[in-house]
Design a binder for this molecule. Structure first.
Ligand SMILES: [Zn+2]
Length: 306
C-alpha cells in the first residue's frame, strides 16, 4: 500500500531570518533528494490542511493558541523566545505543519495510505502546552497523536523521538496520558536541559552522552525502546523524525550516520507490522546540515516504504 508525503508551500514561507539554522532550504533539500533518488514518483503527494483551533486545543491551552494567532505579524518578525520567531507566513506554516499530522492520521486510519511522512516546518516537539520554544510553535506530532485518540478513538499510540534534542513539549503534553507511550533518545546534558528522571512508565527517556555513536544508539534502542514498544502494543506509531544527531550535523555531538536512521526506521516498522497493522505517521523535527538531512530523511522514507 502507498506511502503518503504531506507538505505545503506555506511551510517554506516561514521566514526565520538570515543565518537561522531552521530554514526553508531544509524542506527543498529533502524534496530534491527524493527526486534524485527516484523515490518521489512512488509517493502519494498531499497538501497539508490548516489545523483547526479545536485540533490545536487538544494539546495546547486555548489561551496559548489565541496568543499565537494574535501575535502573528503583518510585517517584520515577532520573537516568541530567543530561537523562535514568527513572520507574516509563520502562522499558516505552523497550522499546516500540525494539520499535516492530522491528515496523515486520517489517511492511514482510513486505509488510504499505509504510512505517511510529513515534510513540514516549523518543527514541533519542543512546543509545550502553553509555550513556544526551540524553533517550535505548535507540537505537530502531539496534535496528530491527540487526533488519533480523540477523533478516531484509538486507545494506545506510541511516539518514538530520535531527534538529538529531548522532546520536552511532547512530554509536557502527554505526562498524564498513559494512552501515549513516549520513547526518546537525546544528547544529555544538552538543550533543552530536561530532567532525565522519568516519573512514569509510559515515558521512556534515554540520554546519550556527547560522542555516542551508532553502536551506542542501536544498543539503547534495542534494549530500552523495542521491548517496551512491543509490550505496549500501540495501534499506531508516530515518529518525531529529527536528523540532527548525524555526525555531519554541527548542532550536536552525537555521531549517527545515515545507516543508523535506516536501521532504526526498519526496527520501528517491524514493531508497527506486529502491533499496529504497519501503520506509522512520521513528521520532520530537526536536522540542519542539508546534505546529511536529505540523505538520512530519504533513507528514512525509503525504509517506511518497504
Ligand atoms: Zn533537534
Amino acid at each position: 500500500m502507498a506511502l503518503s508525503i504531506i507538505s505545503h508551500p506555506d511551510c517554506a514561507l516561514h521566514d526565520t531570518g538570515a543565518g537561522h539554522p531552521e530554514r526553508a532550504a531544509r524542506l527543498s533539500s529533502i524534496q530534491d533528494q527524493l527526486l534524485a533518488s527516484g523515490l518521489d514518483w512512488v509517493l502519494q503527494h498531499h497538501l497539508a490542511p490548516l489545523a483547526s483551533c479545536e485540533q490545536l486545543c487538544r494539546v495546547h491551552t486555548p489561551e496559548y493558541v489565541d496568543k499565537i494567532f494574535s501575535l502573528a505579524p503583518v510585517e517584520g518578525q515577532v520573537w516568541l523566545d530567543a530561537d523562535t520567531c514568527m513572520s507574516p507566513h509563520s502562522l499558516a506554516a505552523a497550522r499546516r505543519a500540525a494539520g499535516a499530522a492530522v491528515l496523515a492520521v486520517d489517511l492511514v486510519l482510513a486505509g488510504k495510505a499505509h504510512r505517511a511522512f510529513c515534510n513540514v516546518r516549523p518543527p514541533g516537539h519542543h512546543a509545550e502546552r502553553d509555550m513556544a520554544m526551540g524553533f517550535c510553535i505548535f507540537n505537530n506530532v502531539a496534535v496528530g497523536a491527540a487526533h488519533a485518540l480523540q477523533a478516531h478513538g484509538l486507545r494506545r499510540v506510541a511516539i518514538v523521538d530520535f531527534d538529538v534534542h529531548h522532546g520536552n513539549g511532547s512530554e509536557d503534553i502527554f505526562r498524564d496520558t498513559p494512552e501515549v507511550l513516549l520513547c526518546s533518545t537525546f544528547q544529555h546534558p544538552f538543550y533543552p536541559i530536561s530532567s532525565i528522571d522519568s516519573a512514569s512508565e509510559h515515558i521512556i527517556k534515554e540520554p546519550l552522552p556527547a560522542g555516542a555513536d551508532g553502536a551506542a544508539f542501536r544498543a539503547t534502542v534495542s534494549e530500552r525502546w523495542l521491548p517496551r514498544l512491543r509490550q505496549f502494543q500501540p495501534e499506531l506509531i508516530f515518529i518525531s523524525a529529527g536528523f540532527d544527531a548525524h555526525i555531519e550535523d554541527e548542532m550536536s555531538q552525537i555521531c549517527l550516520t545515515t545507516s543508523d536512521y535506516d536501521w532504526v526506521t526498519r526496527e520501528i516498522v517491524a514493531v508497527a507490522d506486529e502491533t499496529a497493522q504497519g501503520r506509522i505517521v512520521s513528521t520532520l523535527e530537526g536536522g540542519y546540515d542539508l546534505p546529511s538531512l536529505a540523505q538520512s530523511c530519504v533513507a528514512h522514507i525509503n525504509a517506511l516504504l518497504d
